[in-house]
Design a protein around this ligand. Structure first.
Ligand code: ZN
Length: 136
């Protein structure tokens, strides 16, 4: 995202506050594209920033309502949030490490459209999560 953050927040109808700016910046700059509230909170702790867990939860929920982030409720873990700025992709979740892997597969995309079509529907959206573990 290239536009400045205060402007970005205002455009979404969110008042510009320090915690909102800090959390938005964290989501944009972190290498981890799928962060739980705890992940965000811990990163702040590590960098010596004073943002409480309750604030992190509240702000992430506000971001979700504003359409700035997407919340994923993967099985067996915390909900994770990712910026809603990317292209469509599906997710794989490692049940050992909790790592989230993004993927896009043209065959799966086409197949899902064909299935909806077969049942007389247009495919509007889909959510596909594969639960995986490292090959032993
Ligand atoms: Zn993702």
């Amino acid at each position: 995202m290239t536009q400045d953050k205060p402007k970005e927040l205002r455009k979404l109808g969110l008042k510009v506050t320090v915690p909102r700016l800090k959390i938005l910046q964290m989501l944009e700059e972190s290498e981890n594209r799928h962060m739980s509230a705890e992940d965000v909170y811990k990163s702040f702790l590590e960098s010596g920033e004073d943002v409480g867990l309750a604030t992190v939860y509240r702000v992430l929920t506000q971001f979700e309502s504003a359409g700035l982030v997407t919340k994923h409720n993967f099985d067996g873990g915390h909900s994770v949030f990712e910026l809603a700025d990317g292209d469509h992709h599906d997710h794989m979740v490692c049940i050992d490490s909790g790592e989230v892997i993004e993927f896009v597969d043209e065959e799966i995309e086409a197949l899902q459209k064909r299935i909806a079509d077969k049942y007389g529907y247009d495919l509007i959206d889909h959510n596909l999560v594969l639960y995986v573990k490292p090959r032993g």
